[in-house]
Design a protein around this ligand. Structure first.
Ligand code: ACM
Length: 266
């Protein structure tokens, strides 16, 4: 199976432009599953709740969802993409999973980063794994990488591939995702963006690119540069993620000492 990421450089507030640019790339792509960055349609640095309100869309009724659904149907592909989602008067930093038959599900970011806390509601979706036929996939968004519970739960629920739309600004995630993959023996596709947003005085954000596809043994199968748009595609065997053995006597799930962990978990 071929899987891919789009590393893009959205212009803040230009939804149609950002989505059409990504759509043009999606149309030429030869992969079954493609991951786009967090908030790929809107850009990242919101200045007010009013802006969030103006740029948020319902899923799957909104224009961006419908545009992605059309592409996924025509190309018979699966797409994971980050948008600003409007739902029942609240706003979520969400990732949509869309396939050849249309909308499949949304994940709403559980661990909000910095100013996101001022504008978005903390996610209320569980960490769900979807069997999409070609693989079992789960979603997490950007800063969720720093909370190892997320990747662990998705792996325990059977995810072969973690789709990880991102707008990374801290430097550590590309390396940390190697550990997330290794400790859970899963594939991960991190789709980050590049470019700079400096819409708030004193808060210049430089997005670090380095989108990547990492294998269950921690091998980086493809990594983009830190400053250029890029399409990354690799062929993977998702079933490799179903073997949780490290040695003939070690299985990362069966070896867990749950009874020892339990008294410490609150
Ligand atoms: C982030 O979570 N967008 C850093």
């Amino acid at each position: 199976m071929r899987v891919a990421f789009l590393q893009t450089s959205p212009v803040f507030g230009k939804i149609k432009e950002n989505v059409e640019k990504a759509a043009a790339k999606l149309k030429t792509l030869d992969a079954s599953l493609v991951v786009l960055p967090e908030l790929f349609s809107t850009g990242y640095q919101f200045k007010s709740k009013k802006e969030v309100s103006l740029l948020s869309e319902e899923a799957p009724q909104g224009w961006t969802s419908q545009r992605l659904i059309r592409i996924a149907k025509n190309k018979k592909i699966f797409i994971v993409a980050g948008i600003s989602e409007k739902h029942c008067g609240r706003f979520y930093n969400s990732a949509l999973l869309i396939g050849p038959k249309g909308f499949i599900g949304a994940y709403r970011k559980a661990h909000l980063f910095w100013n996101e806390k001022k504008f978005f509601t903390t996610g209320n979706t569980s960490f769900k794994v979807y069997d999409i036929g070609i693989a079992k996939v789960g979603m997490m968004i950007c800063f969720d990488w720093l909370f190892p519970e997320v990747a662990r739960i998705l792996a325990l629920k059977g995810a072969d591939i973690i789709c990880h739309p991102s707008n990374l600004v801290l430097p550590h995630c590309p390396q940390a995702m190697i550990t997330r993959c290794l400790e859970n023996k899963v594939f991960a596709i991190t789709a980050n963006r590049v470019g700079v947003e400096h819409r708030i005085k004193g808060q210049k954000l430089k997005f670090i690119g380095q989108s990547e596809i990492v294998a269950p043994d921690g091998k980086i199968l493809c990594r983009a540069s830190d400053n250029k748009e890029k399409i990354g595609i690799v062929e993977i065997d998702h079933k490799l993620a179903r073997n949780k053995n490290i040695t003939p006597l070690n299985n990362i799930f069966k070896d867990r000492r749950k009874k020892l962990y339990k008294p410490h978990i609150c």
